[in-house]
Design a protein around this ligand. Structure first.
Ligand SMILES: [Zn+2]
Length: 464
């Protein structure tokens, strides 16, 4: 389908545009992919007067909410190497269908992992020309790759991820405190960010019990694993005073550590995921391994505390940790052997909104959690994440009052297995716009992929 070509000048209008401080009727003039001018208007007469100076057609969304596109900084694309799990084409299609205009690819699960510049080049060659939305990249910190970090920073990675326990894949080993200290010293010098998968296996937890019961798996990864890891991460963040980020916090016990570190001025940010906010352990059916992820989904009272921390701003942002795999690797019926990862990238906005609206969150708060704050954490806030002049025209147009049921036929992830199948969600995405151009509009994708790779120009130009 030939969607409207809005590559040069485009005009977007809605009576509900989400700005950082208000939701207002406004007209956005977009020139060459960036917001050139914002007009707020009182009534249709005024809108008409503003628009008569322009000849370009107006994309009028009526009362649909127009918000900055979602920035999901925690996505495992898995290509190359585990391309049967997910890939750039399918992941970014799913993103486009869900109002996500930028994803940031995690350094692991692909083979090779993004731990050297050469490996990043392999990934870039594969991703080029295939992405429907913009894609950034995390690098990885593994034992012994300190000298690779500078090259990756110069190539434009948003930061680095490390594991404090086995990652689940052999080619991405975890680091000990000594390795982390080496990396943090280097990343402080390079002014980059270190993100922690914060689970720490100090004790051996016995795993007796029926592997088809979720509680068996849950008991094998107690909150203390997260607490102990976050304690190390926050204390290193304080002593190095170098930017650190905790990915997918799930155990509410750890929140006191985050509060204390932030109060003392540590340059720390923390994310949680939609599955921790939407699902509770008590409701996970026997054998339903599509609910397995690490750290695990915990109980109802834990979830209430996470929502409290999101409201308070202690948790800065909400992401998917989209990490799918083929259904057989999910070993239905056995939580202990199943791959730990949940597929949900396409539903980022609807999942957060479904829970947030019940708890009286505003659209501005939701937008901050999904766009402005992630943009800041991964250093994209100068070009993305809010609606203001000079910023990329990345938008999602959606209806927060409308609902839909998650059905396989509408899922664009490569593997359709997801714990949300059959669930009714609030928030229907109507259109997704990347740098002023439609990438998705009323069920149709753009003819050609319009996403770009968010790496340094000089690096991209030098890849043969
Ligand atoms: Zn992850």
């Amino acid at each position: 389908m030939n969607l409207t070509d809005t590559s040069k000048i485009a005009i977007f209008k809605s009576s509900r545009i989400v700005f950082p401080d208000a939701v207002l009727p406004a007209i956005l003039i977009v020139l060459r992919g960036k917001i050139e001018r914002i007009y707020r208007y009182e009534d249709e007469d005024e809108a008409h007067r503003i628009l008569k100076d322009y000849t370009a057609p107006v994309e009028d969304f009526g009362s649909l909410v127009l918000m900055p596109g979602v920035i999901d900084s925690h996505v495992h694309v898995n290509e190359p190497g585990r391309t049967t799990w997910e890939g750039f084409e399918t992941a970014t299609h799913a993103a486009a269908a869900g109002g996500v205009t930028t994803i940031v690819d995690m350094p692991l699960n692909s083979i090779p992992p993004t731990t050297t510049v050469e490996n990043l080049k392999v990934k870039v060659k594969i991703a080029t020309g295939k992405t429907s939305v913009d894609v950034g990249f995390w690098g990885g910190v593994v034992p012994g790759n300190k000298d690779d970090l500078e090259g990756l920073v110069n190539a434009g990675v948003v930061g680095f991820k490390c594991f404090m326990c086995p990652s689940g894949v052999g080619e991405f080993p975890y680091v000990h405190e000594g390795d982390i200290k080496l990396a943090l010293g280097e990343l402080k010098r390079l002014q980059s960010l270190l993100a922690f998968h914060a689970e720490y296996e100090k004790e051996e937890f016995s795993q007796p019990g029926d592997p088809s019961l979720y509680s068996t798996f849950l008991n094998s990864r107690p909150p203390s694993m997260e607490y102990n890891a976050i304690k190390i991460a926050t204390s290193l963040c304080k002593s190095f005073h170098s930017r650190c980020h905790i990915v997918h916090l799930s155990a509410s016990d750890s929140l006191e550590l985050v509060r204390e570190a932030k109060k003392n001025g540590a340059p720390l940010t923390v994310e949680t995921c939609n599955h921790y906010l939407n699902i509770v352990a008590e409701e996970i059916p026997q054998g339903a391994t599509e609910y397995k992820c690490t750290p695990p989904i915990r109980g109802k009272s834990n979830q209430d505390k996470l929502w409290g921390a999101v409201k308070e701003g202690l948790l800065d942002m909400v992401v998917s940790d989209h990490s799918p795999c083929p259904e057989n690797i999910k070993t239905p019926g056995n939580f202990m052997t199943a791959w730990g990862g949940i597929a949900s990238l396409q539903f980022d906005l609807s999942l957060l909104w479904t829970g947030a609206r019940q708890r009286n969150f505003t659209l501005m708060e939701v937008s901050r959690l999904l766009s402005a704050n992630p943009a800041k954490v991964v250093g994209l806030d100068k070009i993305k994440g809010t609606i203001k002049e000079g910023i990329d025209a990345d938008f999602v147009a959606w209806n927060p009052e409308d609902t839909f049921v998650v059905e396989r036929a509408h899922i664009h992830h490569k593997n359709k297995l997801t714990p949300y199948e059959g669930k009714k969600l609030f928030g229907v995405v109507v259109a997704t716009i990347v740098r002023g151009q439609y990438v998705y509009n009323k069920g149709q994708f753009a003819d050609k992929p319009k996403g770009k790779l968010l790496l340094r120009k000089e690096f991209l130009e030098n890849i043969e």
